[in-house]
Ligand binder design. Structure first.
Ligand code: PBG
Length: 334
């Protein structure tokens, strides 16, 4: 008897019509949970020696290696699209065992920072702090017997970060994944008069196949071996939380998960657990796949771009480093 009654009641309950708020664009906009904005983006730039150089990266259509004069022009564009920040990567004129141009005050990135801050002072200049673009062997620090020497390399990273600060960088972003580098950089910055310069730490950075096109762009492919001794195993999430916890304890002001798409669960966990400003790097391979499939007519490039960026934000990212920043901002500003 009772079960008969409850069935009847269920039958008469009006069905939930979730489609009611989907019927027009106006209605959809009222229940939209995630809204992208150009202010969510950080745009990566590759700076090369020379003048008037604007060389497209073959595996990254729409992305260019730029000489400093061209990078400055790009920065004016970026700011006018309401994107608040760029992140700089340098391709040095000479590489050596110790990556010395990385911490040379006349290095390519240091020069680029000075020019950009002079011409486009409002734009936030973030710098990638790593040695892999500057070492002849393409590894992220000093090698001894084929192994990356952690603490000695960390000293060089701290020097690199300091030269970026002295050139006028607004934020430094260590991407090497060596142990203890956030603390070392924080200490060096504080000791040299930059207590307010923030650190975005690439805290959970995975050893990923998705960096392939970047290594073309930055000419930073390791000459032998790989980066698995310091970047994370794609299989691990709990370890990512420990990495993030450690970097926060060492003084990171914003933390990053990288790449973005295969690690949306990590972004969500990091955001929920720590409540820190959280960035995600929508990396080169993630960009190139969409570009390639779009060029072939296999997917609608614009639509997929917006879907991907929205997904990364929905997963919990406050900021997205993306080669799509300008294209997406143009659409959003319409
Ligand atoms: C290291 C660095 C890399 C990327 C950003 N910083 C390459 C690597 O770790 O091999 C990759 C970014 C991308 O793929 O877009 N300096």
């Amino acid at each position: 008897m009772t079960s008969f009654q409850s069935t009847t009641r269920l039958d008469t309950t009006p069905i939930k019509r979730l489609r009611r708020f989907r019927l027009t664009e106006q209605l959809r906009s009222m229940v939209r949970e995630t809204e992208l904005s150009p202010t969510d983006f950080i745009y990566p730039l590759f700076v090369v020696p020379g003048k008037n150089v604007r060389k497209e990266v073959p595996s990254m259509p729409g992305v260019f290696q730029l000489s400093i004069d061209q990078a400055v022009r790009e920065c004016t564009d970026v700011l006018s699209l309401r994107i608040p920040a760029v992140i700089l990567f340098g391709i040095p004129s000479h590489k050596d065992e110790r990556g010395s141009e990385a911490y040379d005050e006349a290095g390519i990135v240091q020069m680029a920072i000075r020019s950009i801050k002079k011409e486009v002072p409002e734009l936030v200049v973030v710098t990638d702090v790593c040695l892999c673009e500057y070492t002849s062997h393409g590894h992220c620090g000093i090698l001894r017997d084929g192994r990356l020497v952690n603490d000695e390399s960390v000293e060089l990273l701290a020097r690199e970060a300091l030269t970026h600060a002295q050139a006028g960088a607004d934020v430094v972003a260590p991407s090497d994944m060596l142990d203890g580098r956030v603390a070392a950089i924080r200490e060096t910055l504080d000791a040299n008069g930059y207590p307010y310069l923030p650190i975005i730490s690439y805290a959970a950075k995975y050893a990923s196949g998705f960096y392939g096109p970047f290594r073309d762009a930055a000419q930073s492919t390791p000459q032998f071996g790989d980066r698995r001794s310091h970047q994370m195993d794609p299989a691990n999430a709990a370890e990512a939380l420990r990495e993030v916890e450690q970097d926060i304890a060492e003084g990171a002001d914003m933390i990053m998960v990288k790449p973005a798409l295969p690690y949306l669960d990590v972004i969500r966990q990091v955001k929920d657990r720590f409540g820190m400003p959280t960035a995600a790097y929508n990396v080169s391979g993630e960009y190139s796949m969409i570009k390639a499939a779009g060029k072939n007519g296999w997917i609608d490039e614009q639509r997929v771009m917006m879907e991907v960026l929205t997904g990364i934000k929905r997963a919990g990212a406050d900021m997205i480093l993306t080669y799509f920043a300008k294209d997406a901002a143009r659409l959003l500003n319409r």
